[in-house]
Design a protein around this ligand. Structure first.
Ligand code: NOJ
Length: 745
């Protein structure tokens, strides 16, 4: 029997003020006393007001809302008002309300504010937390300038089902990568200090397991065993708390039958108890009231009581706290200590943001800048994933005569920005068509959308597209999904390219021209028909404001694609959920297994874990992405064949650029725990690095593993390491790599 080493939980002081950067500790000294003193002066009505968040702020501010702010009816507004309205509302709160408590304005700043960066799933494909952090910093300063000091991001839901529209907002399917993104974005938003007027409070959402909604249908229920919850769904949240995320948002879903906004296991036991989190918790939009529809609360009063007791500090939009908390306290059915705790958490954040101390900034407008656009262009280029390049069609030669740009996403600023864009302006977007025209010259680019939008099923535009293609040397399609097809409430039952896009490609393929497809979408799609017809496929997700020039750069080799997928691409929707870190099963299928051989249905190797009518392997595995150059992996070495609980093992491999262009390779480290008291995935990501290499250049890349990296949750939900054998890979993706083995003693 194996010995179990228990890793003491709770050693990290997650999310507490003391957890901040050293400068933060000093900057925040005295806040607790100020909070304490203020809470002591508040009436119950004022406390409940602080716990209430509304969207209703008319432009210009109505007399009624002014009066409500004066009375302290609201602690926060979301997605509301112009910069001038917000400044005026803040003035009223600060100078005309009894206690002068400032308002906190929150907003969905999901992948940029005025400058729109790629959707989060695209950003994750860059595997570049440094750059992602810089993008978050720009978003923070643009938002803060307009009076927004709280972003409802990062979204950290592990998403393993591309039917779910919100996979677009997520870092993808992997908890390790999600944790790296969480840390980068929290630090980017919050900067060195929340009190810096260009910092905004982060909100780790949606807590928790929203990505596991059944059938990929938004708002559906999630059933996740606690061991998987902790192993997969909570890791990025824990990282966000450790990075000091100022707030958390509960999710819409019920988790194992208990809606997240009333879920004491999530909020009280894990977040506040184990992680010692002292930030603020807000519900999602109406989510407290929705506990009635879930069948978990009898009425609004019951919902308010359950949310308060579980640990939700602020209610978003629904008004159960306002309507019922006072009477619940009066009747002894709610504990006023819980109310005081919630108000402490809310006011602490307002103090930390400096809202009590700073003079109210004059209303100002943000705008894009050359620097913000340059960063957006870089991140869009790093986010694009080259999936196929038959015959080395890409990069195109600058000396090519002419190009046909065809497809509904070639010139569609709104679609290119992607989901959750409240503040980006189409006029600031440069589309691929505009970029190609400005780079190649108008006369060398023939444009025909072919379809009015991605869902258009009519062939009316095909003739013009054929005409454009006929005149050109090369055809580049810009295909995918409109913005409106991904994001919240945008689940799809089919993952194909919508409308007549495949037909458009088929019609033009008849011309026999070299063809590349750029796909801009909010999720992994299935597009085999099109992939079979074109030479090259570049997957750009929704690349944001500067997607056009970034893609033109890649198409013409002024940059080399380096992105790698962070969500597995299925061959067909019937394979979903499909993800790389699955368990082996008792009957793993051979990699080349596909269906039952005709005429021999009883063949024993048929009784393995696969499909009879489709391959069981993915179309493109997690971590996959090509380059214009080639990278070879060799010479895996381990510093020792053994690791002790307190020791480390360093794993290294040689990565060589064997092509004739420079490129950046995203080198990935995976492990497999071969025997454990809870079976472990066939592979689990434990490290990654972006490695730039010139042609012919070789580099030894090393990673150091310690026992904590080998830890997992056992059947008692304790984080443990168990001695035994571990496989290890240094790999270009989750399906390949050079391999070794070591033993933990
Ligand atoms: C609902 C969404 O689930 C959440 O992500 C968002 O932040 C809020 N609405 C506010 O818009």
């Amino acid at each position: 029997m194996k010995l179990t080493h228990c890793i003491v939980a709770g050693l990290v002081c997650a999310g507490s003020a003391e957890c901040q950067s050293p400068s933060g500790i000093h900057a925040e000294a005295g806040i607790e006393q100020r909070v304490e003193a203020l809470v002591g002066r508040m009436t119950l009505d004022e406390k409940i007001g602080q716990m209430s968040q509304s969207t209703s702020m008319s432009t210009p501010l109505s007399g009624a809302i002014r009066e409500e702010i004066r009375r302290g009816r609201w602690g926060s507004f979301l997605n509301a008002g112009s910069p001038a309205d917000r400044a005026e509302a803040q003035r009223i709160a600060r100078h005309e309300s009894r206690l002068g408590i400032p308002l906190l304005f929150g907003r969905d700043v999901i992948h940029g504010y005025r400058t729109i960066f790629p959707i989060p799933l695209g950003q994750a494909a860059s595997w570049d937390p440094e750059l992602i952090g810089q993008a978050a910093r720009i978003a923070a300063s643009e938002a803060a300038r307009e009076g927004i000091r709280w972003a409802f991001a990062p979204m950290l839901d592990v998403a393993r089902d591309p039917r779910w529209g919100r996979i677009a907002e997520s870092p993808g399917e992997d908890p390790y990568l999600g944790a790296a993104m969480a840390t980068a974005i929290v630090r980017g938003f919050q900067g060195e200090s929340l009190a810096d007027p260009s910092s905004i409070a982060a909100c780790a959402k949606h807590f928790a397991a929203y990505g596991a909604v059944e059938a990929g249908r938004d708002y559906n229920s999630a059933w996740v065993p606690e061991v998987l919850l902790r192993e997969v769904y909570l890791r990025a949240f824990h990282a966000a708390a450790d990075a000091g995320a100022a707030s958390f948002m509960t999710s819409f879903n019920a988790l194992n039958g208990v809606p997240a906004s009333g879920n004491a296991l999530l909020l009280a036991t894990i977040l506040r108890g184990e992680w010692k989190y002292r930030g603020m918790v807000v519900s999602d939009y109406n989510a407290i009231e929705e506990m009635i529809a879930h069948g978990y609360a009898a009425d609004g009063a019951d919902a308010a009581r359950k949310a308060l007791t579980a640990g939700v500090d602020m209610e978003m939009v629904s008004t159960d706290y306002f309507d019922h908390l006072k009477s619940l306290v009066g009747r002894g059915l709610a504990d006023s200590k819980h109310i005081d705790d919630a108000v402490h958490n809310i006011l602490r954040l307002k103090f930390r943001l400096g809202l009590f101390d700073e003079s109210i900034p004059a209303p100002a407008e943000s705008g894009v800048t050359p620097e913000s656009l340059a960063l957006a262009r870089r991140l869009a280029a790093e986010s694009a994933v080259l999936l196929q390049n038959k015959g080395g069609l890409l990069p195109l030669s600058e000396s090519l005569g002419s190009l046909a740009a065809i497809g509904p996403l070639a010139d569609s600023p709104i679609d290119q920005m992607g989901t959750w864009v409240m503040d980006g302006r189409p006029k600031d977007v440069e589309t691929p068509l505009a970029a190609l025209r400005s780079q190649l010259g108008e006369g060398r680019v023939f444009y025909a959308p072919g379809l009015r939008n991605s869902r258009d099923a009519s062939r009316a535009g095909f003739a013009a597209a054929l005409d454009a293609a006929r005149r050109a040397d090369v055809v580049v399609f810009f295909l995918g999904e409109e913005q409106i097809l991904s994001g919240e409430a945008r689940s799809r039952a089919f993952l194909n390219l919508p409308g007549a896009q495949d037909d458009l490609v088929a019609a033009i393929a008849a011309l026999g021209k070299p063809m590349a497809a750029v796909i801009m979408a909010g999720r992994p799609l299935t597009f085999q028909e099109t992939a079979a017809r074109v030479n090259a496929v570049l997957y750009a997700f929704h690349p944001g404001s500067m997607g056009g020039p970034a893609l033109a750069d890649l198409l013409f080799g002024r940059g080399t694609p380096s992105g790698k997928l962070t969500a597995t691409f299925p061959r067909t929707v019937g394979q979903v959920p499909i993800y790389y870190a699955h368990l082996n099963t008792g009957r793993p299928a051979p990699q080349d297994a596909s269906g039952i051989p005709v005429g021999n249905p009883a063949q024993p190797e048929g009784y393995t874990s696969k499909y009879i009518d489709a391959d069981f392997t993915p179309e493109y595995p997690f971590g996959y992405g090509l380059s214009y150059t080639r990278f070879d992996y060799s010479n895996l070495k381990l510093s020792s064949a053994f690791m002790t609980r307190t020791g480390t093992v360093t794993v290294s491999a040689d990565i060589a650029n064997t092509g004739n262009r420079e490129g950046t390779e995203i080198v990935q480290l995976y492990i497999r725990d071969l025997v454990a008291s809870v079976a472990q995935p066939v592979r689990a990501l434990k490290g990654f690095r972006r490695v730039p290499l010139g042609p012919g250049e070789k580099s030894t890349v090393s990673f150091t593993l310690d026992a904590a990296a080998l830890a997992f949750y056992n059947q008692h939900n304790q984080l443990v390491t168990e001695p035994g054998r571990f496989q290890v890979w240094i790999a270009p993706d989750s399906a390949h790599g050079v391999e070794g083995e070591f033993t933990l003693r």
